[in-house]
Design a protein around this ligand. Structure first.
Ligand code: F6P
Length: 318
């Protein structure tokens, strides 16, 4: 292993830059030549590849987004597209590829490795939806962004004695809603992993009012969706003014938290080590506080788990 490349793919996540920086600097430290690929798999197919040095990644650890840019690439989903990508890597003399992204990007990395390319995946997504790892890079920062928004919404909903429904990202995973809901003291948390009954929700809101609670904060995961409709329904059923806020892409930006920067640095370093050990088709994760690597097929086949314990705590606390 002499020359490796790194790319970011799929939705960006805060901390991706810290991960790129770690791959580049640790790679160079260990005697490797490190190349950057612009625009994910799409840039790989088009040969958008350049050499990175220690200086290329200066002053980026604190920046959100990804300096390599990112893309969701349709062509790479075809066998022909992947063959083109594998060929480009061969032409550039690249022996190993680090893919920073979510499950879609990992599926791409897995298929590329079947064509003989050594690949390692780093979990970069705000969704925290990869079961093999306790945390993904970007999740903690997104949580803190949501928390900041909740704190602000709490001020205004208390002043107006309203119900506030906050829709957060996460695709089919309710972790952002659950963790931000607990941290922000939400009265109700609605996630795709658990059934939800609108009548029960309205009963909870009304009984809260009878006990003197003058505002309500409801965290709704986008996998359940429909914040505006839910707000209308709650207002009609309870007679209490209700507003919906869809936080959207604001959750994907911002300077990464210390947690995400350290996680990304440790995972980036591990990715280089794994390639140097001659392994391929691996993904890096964090399990019980330790950075680990796992076979990509096994990692992707682990069914999604939901933190029932935290969910029950959230119910008790509300
Ligand atoms: O996977 C990250 C994520 O932000 C999801 O939470 C969300 O559903 C999706 O990406 C949005 O994708 P896009 O940026 O393409 O609109």
């Amino acid at each position: 292993m002499k020359k490796i490349a790194v790319l970011t793919s799929g939705g960006d996540a805060p901390g991706m830059n810290a991960a790129i920086r770690a791959v580049v600097r640790v790679g160079i430290d260990k005697g490797l030549q490190v190349m950057g690929v612009r625009r994910g798999f799409s840039g790989l197919i088009n040969g958008e590849i350049f050499e990175m040095d220690r200086h290329t990644v200066s002053d980026i650890i604190q920046r959100g987004g990804t300096i390599l840019r990112t893309a969701r690439c349709e062509e790479f989903k075809t066998e022909e597209g992947r063959k083109k990508a594998a060929n480009v890597l061969k032409v550039f003399g690249i022996d190993g590829l680090v893919v920073i992204g979510g499950d879609g990007s990992f599926t791409g990395a897995r298929l590329l490795s079947k064509l003989g390319v050594s690949t390692v995946g780093l979990p970069g997504t705000i969704d925290n939806d990869l079961s093999y790892t306790d945390y993904t890079i970007g999740f903690d920062t997104a949580l803190n962004t949501v928390l900041d928004a909740i704190n602000k919404l709490r001020d205004t909903s208390t002043s107006h004695e309203r119900v506030s429904i906050v829709e957060v990202m996460g695709r089919h995973c309710g972790d952002i809603a659950l963790y931000a809901g607990v941290a922000g003291g939400a009265e109700s948390i609605i996630v795709p992993e658990r059934d939800f009954n609108v009548d029960e929700l309205c009963k909870t809101i009304l009984s809260g009012r009878l006990k003197g609670k003058m505002h309500n904060l409801i965290l709704l995961a986008e996998g359940v969706g429909g914040a505006e409709e839910l707000a209308k329904h709650v207002e009609e059923m309870t007679g209490i003014e209700t507003r919906a806020t869809i936080l959207g892409h604001i959750q994907r930006g911002g300077s990464p938290t210390a947690f995400d920067r350290v996680l990304a640095s440790r995972m980036g370093a591990k990715a280089v080590d794994v390639l140097l050990e001659g392994k391929s088709s691996r993904v890096i994760g964090s399990k019980d506080g330790k950075i680990v690597d796992e076979d990509i097929d096994e990692a992707l086949s682990i069914p999604r788990s939901f933190d029932e314990e935290l969910y029950q705590i959230a119910i008790s606390l509300s």
